[in-house]
Design a protein around this ligand. Sequence first.
Ligand code: PMP
Length: 433
Amino acid sequence: YLNRQDAMESNVRSYPRKLPLAIAKANGIWVTDVEGNQYLDCLAGAGTLALGHNHPAVFEALRDVLDSGLPLHTLDITTPVKDAFTEALLGFFPENFVLQFCGPTGADGTEAAIKLAKTYTGRDNVIAFSGGYHGMTHGSLAMTGNLSAKEKVGNLMPGVQFLPYPHEYRCPLGLGGEAGVDALTYYFENFIEDVESGVVKPAAVILEAIQGEGGVVPAPAKWLQKIREVTAKHDIVLILDEVQAGFARSGKMFAFEHAGIVPDVVVMSKAVGGGLPLCVLAINKKFDAWAPAGHTGTFRGNQLAMAAGLKVLEEIRDKNLEENARVQGEFLRSEVQKLQAEFGCIGHVRGRGLMNGIEIVDERKPADHMGSYPADSELAAAIQTACFNNKLLLERGGRGGTVVRILCPITITHEECVEVVARFKQSVIDALQ
Ligand code: PMP
């Protein structure tokens, strides 16, 4: 299978390089390859499969749609399935919010959100953050912090300005603490608009409340609150990208809820479609500035994705999956933190709920003035490979891929968490040999 793929697919393909398996079937957190090997899947469709693979409730909902004679695709014309999904999803937002179906990827959503902010404000520029990830299309890539992805692509969307994102283990200025909040205030008070020096006020600020691809970095509540305050004060549209952190993964329905803030626009994809392609914006009506048909797109009417998404919402509510993500996530982190005493290469363990990262460092080198050791890309890659050999699928993130990410389904059980930690520990031992 793998050799065949080498010949048939573009060199650009990504995951098969690090996870060389051909998948035959899957169930919950388990994936079985064509040779019958079983893996624990802590990548879960890059965070898409909140309920794990092939959840019975999702399957039943999909079968119901297929049996009902409903069209699979309706552009943005409504159906009973769409109505039920819209009502359920809106229930997670304040009353003054409306939904916009975009389609169907996360990048489509971040692009649409920026276009809306530009339309509403009549301004052009955007503030994004170091380490942020918003997609790989021209506009979304322009707002993504990863430099290597951009270096060979000219003429991305202009007018994107990056500010530093707080990072409790890496940021030398301690931007997550009081100093960071002060720095942010200072910036917005003094540099947000300066006609003489040509600095123009941005249309939007876009960010993740927990950076995912950037290495699992949760933003401190105070810092997010300050961003909410200054964007409101300056009439700048605040866009929260919840494509990865949303849908209970962080232990709350949306990661921004940990800071008690309400954004102007929320971008949802991945889990919103229960494993099928879907992207939805939630917009404070005040900012719903589109003219009729001001933003179209063919694939906004995927009925199967909406039926699956409705099941995800119902399971989150009925099975209290926010709580499960909190409890299992705390257990996972505390177990991996215990390993730090034994393995100096586990530099930092962080995350919220079931969005967790383990930063791999070289503790034989000198620590910086924050007491943090230099990141170790090679060892992180070796650990990922060892995990694969121990039948644990996971991905890395952060600059140089130095953060091992555990992004399991939010339905994970205690026993499965124990198994994940055991396999991870064995993989660290193997990688260090
Ligand atoms: N935003 C965030 C926070 C993401 O994690 C991703 C995907 N990893 C995207 C946007 C882009 O989504 P897509 O790959 O569906 O375009």
